[in-house]
Write a protein of this length. Structure first.
Length: 144
């Protein structure tokens, strides 16, 4: 991806601030690629819980992550305050594709960006179900 195609902060209607952790750095002194997925997954689920009413412990519907990918444009490291951008790129009957990005605090261009896809399933059967109305409304609120 060329520099001119790096996602910008304004591409994401929802931003959540996080702090990198000592354990996130690898031997090269920057956040290891695997930790970006943890950041993205945490922000997605926090959003679904707070804005969509997802009950991760007792609800009948849960989200299974079925796909994820990320491109990297620049390093993050510990200690650093970062911001994770979130948007929905496609909302289906039982699935949603998120756009996600990691930004250094206050910076306009993403250090990393990608996508993740949830399929919502019945907790007991693990079979896909329609996205419940409160979740759908929350997902539509950050749609691009």
């Amino acid at each position: 991806m060329s520099k001119r195609n790096v996602p910008r902060r304004s591409d994401y209607p929802y931003l959540k601030q996080l702090t990198t952790r000592w354990m996130d750095n690898d031997i090269y002194g920057h956040v290891n690629n695997a930790h970006y997925f943890s950041y993205f997954d945490s922000v997605i689920n926090e959003y679904l819980i707070q804005e969509g009413g997802l009950d991760i412990r007792g609800g009948t519907v849960v989200g299974f992550m079925v796909s994820s990918q990320c491109d990297y444009f620049g390093p993050l490291s510990y200690p650093e305050v970062i911001e994770i951008g979130l948007r929905t790129e496609h909302i289906g009957n039982s699935s949603v594709k998120y756009g996600v990005a990691a930004f250094s605090e206050g910076k306009e261009e993403a250090r990393a960006a990608g996508s993740m896809t949830h399929v919502f399933v019945d907790r007991a059967t693990s079979r896909p179900v329609s996205i419940p109305a409160p979740l759908r409304r929350a997902l539509q609120a950050i749609s691009r």
